[in-house]
Ligand binder design. Sequence first.
Ligand code: FAD
Ligand code: NAI
Length: 507
Amino acid sequence: RFFRNLWRVTYLSVLFSVGYTGYLIWDLRNPAEQVDPDPTKKTLVVLGTGWGSVSLLKNLDTENYNVVVVSPRNFFLFTPLLPSCTTGTIEHRSIMEPIRNILRHKKASVKFYEAECTKIDYEKRVVYAKDDSDVKGDTMSTEIPFDMLVVGVGAENATFGIPGVREHACFLKEVGDAQKIRKQIMDCVETATFKDQSPEEVKRLLHMVVVGGGPTGVEFAGELQDFFQEDLLKWVPQIKDDFHVTLVEALPNVLPMFSKQLIEYTESSFKEEHIDIRTKTMVKNVTDKYIEAEVNKPDGTKEIEKIPYGLLVWATGNALRSVVKDLMSQIPAQAKARRGLEVNEYLVVNGAENIWAVGDCAVANYAPTAQVAAQEGAFLARLFNTMAKTDAIEAELQELSAKQATANPDDRKVILAEISERQKQLRRVKQIGPFSYSHQGSLAYIGAEKAVADVSWFSGNIASGGTMTYLFWKSAYLSMCFSTRNRVLVLFDWVKAKFFGRDVSRE
Ligand code: FAD
Ligand code: NAI
């Protein structure tokens, strides 16, 4: 009897779980009808669909504003797994989430324009947007007026004006960059194995140079060496002695934001994996076949060295976008700002009213990371939701005050009690404190199924590196993926790469 009951309970729970999951999927595919935006409400324009802006949109009560989103990218990109797309460990679409899906699930509808904001006119309160996509209609540019503006346009790749970088190097910021690198790796391999290729040319073509020893450069170098060890060696064994990854860094060590112990661990792990690290080496010039770098020798002298390459990946950090530079030039309080829009503790752009900035384009004394951008976006959503509630309560208070002035003594008592209740509510709502960042730690994949992590734990810090940290890295990023769809796709990609290997065809 016990087993019969157990069987019934199990059967019913499985039936319930399947039904509930089915309902959730149905609900995801069939969002509820949306309320139209109210034209009397303020227009909130959000620039960008990256970490900062999407976190804001996800948490914002859109029925309180007329929300307009402008971005040249109609998707959110989960950047932490982008280095894995360069070798095909993960397919790029697995880490993209269409912005339309995100916006369609909001209560009130949001307008989205796939366009680049070319200028923000602070005085006129207008942003100018230009359709930069391949397909153009009769209208290619427009003006969008705003009452409130959130700038979340991120940053572009820093090149420090070094000649040849833009012409010859690949960057690693966008999906297109990862696709270009993937194609070029295979092009180098196929060209190196072309009949009668000279040994020097084979060596050059198979020399993969990564400039910049920050986390982007380190993660990419690790992924590339994995690709070589796990797949390329099997399918193209003749490149065994010539394929080589070199990481070039101007400072004395890589990963400066990690603890000393993890820097040493990464450097020794790269040595074991046969990835060359060239520290104290600053690239000064780039040609189509080699880079010229200034090398600081142990005796204190400097030497210019030519390093031939087949693939060059440039990962030397962030620079300001022109639209941000232009906005800064319109605001006198930003005259001294160099690294981005300086903001106050409520993320308001210093010297500007009703303009906020989040993420890599804002300077708030935090590192330009996804973690910071996401927390800033969520904070702004809370702030805007609160501001809308405050406006509503203040309007009610005004109405009640007018009523009480003409009311009879009995009604006045009731109205006064209501006013007092609303005032209390207003005080509670207004209690939103300034933005404060909570650092959860730093994680980076370093290849050969190893990762490094500096994780905050209560009031202390835990530094760890190795295979267990790699499993932690995997589970942390899997759980942080934007949607269940992304999580399932990433998981499938990992399993696929493990069982069948990465795809070595050149698209
Ligand atoms: P972004 O996410 O870059 O978004 C900017 C948005 O603005 C994009 O949608 C873009 O299309 C849009 N845009 C650009 N120009 C305009 C314009 N003129 N008008 C309108 N819209 C515009 N951080 C971590 O914390 N952990 C990690 O593991 C990590 N890994 C990373 C790996 C890589 C390869 C890279 C490149 C970065 C990584 N980062 C990581 C850093 C993180 O991605 C950035 O800090 C984060 O993306 C910043 O968010 P953002 O919203 O400011 O900008
Ligand atoms: P970065 O700014 O962290 O590192 C760039 C590196 O390039 C620096 O170490 C610099 O010394 C070096 N460099 C600059 N010019 C050079 C030259 N001419 N020659 C040789 N070396 C040169 O840049 P990165 O890695 O692109 O990261 C950007 C931001 O994104 C950082 O804030 C980083 O923390 C974040 N990020 C975080 C990740 C993670 O947490 N796993 C992964 C990737 C990025």
